[in-house]
Design a protein around this ligand. Structure first.
Ligand code: SAH
Length: 328
């Protein structure tokens, strides 16, 4: 059971609307471990809800703390597990949430792909990751969300939209503070453009030409790079918003001088493309980080393209991008 079920149930009870709002507000605050603790509710309602519903659809199996980052393994009601991460910055805390259990895309450099795909997360399981973190970091709150945990959010479209609605309306996190990363599910990029939302879009690019990209990311065979770029150009002309292109630099895979010049040409083709260069996070049995980071940053600076080097968090506890995996 989860808050969406509770919500539907409350609707059916014909409670006064202020009670309904009060329960939701309490729930989303993450300040309560159970309905019994919500002492602003009548006692019989508290015990009634408690008997009917466990509070969260995720429960902690394990919590690891690194410098500026924490990673939780969370169990779902069917026994499967996901990982969820927070990163603490000076001004805010960002939660990196999962959208699926495992991932069907199997990108070569990513640990999550190695565990295969188990199932989509429900909207409640997505939102409950944030509520879980709010309860952990009390009195602080999660202020930003990135959909960069396990899974491909654009392959869990309906639940993603339902979760976003709750995140915006009930958790009060504005669109500009939310980012969604996709490996390039082209039809959904058009759909996303049509939403006319201010939610940030990030694309896992990782290679500037079709051959290298499809070798790294099998999904590129289904949605080739030229079609992906076409959809991104559509998105930027329709929304006038920037797109963040993610590029993890991998030794002898995507770090040659021809990759570099193709990357620069691609970035120059659209003013609204913004590159996030990422040092590859090591994954067991996987590729190695490139030593050409400096060569790339110098050339990109010289070429006057928009880019930044992504700060890497959490390697010590394997909570960095592409390192999330659960053994179930
Ligand atoms: N499926 C979505 C969401 C996952 S986001 C997507 O692919 O965008 C995880 C981000 O981490 C993506 O940008 C992904 O490409 C990146 N990533 C995966 N493995 C990585 C690794 N080993 N090092 C650095 N970044 C990695």
């Amino acid at each position: 059971m989860d808050i969406i079920a509770v919500d539907n149930y409350l609707n059916s009870l014909n409670l006064p609307s202020f009670r309904h709002r009060q329960i939701k507000k309490n729930y989303y605050s993450g300040r309560f471990q159970s309905f019994l603790e919500m002492t602003d509710l009548p006692k019989d309602l508290r015990t009634f809800l408690q008997d009917k519903f466990p509070l969260l659809s995720v429960s902690e199996i394990n919590l690891q703390t690194g410098t500026g980052t924490q990673k939780a393994a969370l169990q779902l009601s069917d026994g499967l597990a996901i990982e969820s991460v927070i990163m603490e910055y000076d001004q805010w805390i960002t939660a990196c949430v999962s959208s699926q259990v495992g991932c069907p895309l199997n990108c070569k450099f990513c640990a999550t792909g190695k565990m295969g795909f188990k199932r989509n997360l429900t909207a409640a399981e997505i939102v409950d990751q944030i509520i879980y973190w709010n309860s952990k970091i009390s009195p602080k709150y999660v202020g930003r969300i990135v959909f960069m945990g396990m899974g491909e959010p654009f392959l869990n479209w309906d639940n993603l939209l339902a979760a976003l609605k709750i995140i915006k309306e009930d958790l009060n996190i504005g669109s500009r503070k939310i980012s969604i990363s996709t490996a390039g599910i082209v039809p959904r990029i058009y759909d996303f453009a049509s939403l006319d939302t201010e939610i940030n879009l990030a694309i896992s690019l990782h290679a500037p030409n079709q051959l290298s990209r499809q070798d790294l990311m099998p999904i590129a065979k289904l949605y080739p790079l030229d079609e992906l770029i076409k959809s991104l150009n559509y998105y930027t002309s329709h929304t006038r918003r920037q797109i963040f292109l993610e590029y993890a630099l991998i030794k002898d895979v995507n770090d040659s001088s021809s990759h570099l010049s193709e990357l620069i040409a691609l970035l120059k083709s659209n003013d609204l493309f913004y590159l996030n260069l990422i040092p590859l996070n090591p994954v067991k049995g996987g590729s190695l980080p490139s030593s050409k980071m400096k060569v790339f940053t110098q050339a990109l600076t010289k070429a006057h393209v928009n880019f930044s080097l992504r700060q890497t968090f959490g390697q010590s506890i394997n909570s960095a991008c592409g390192q999330l995996i659960t053994g179930i």
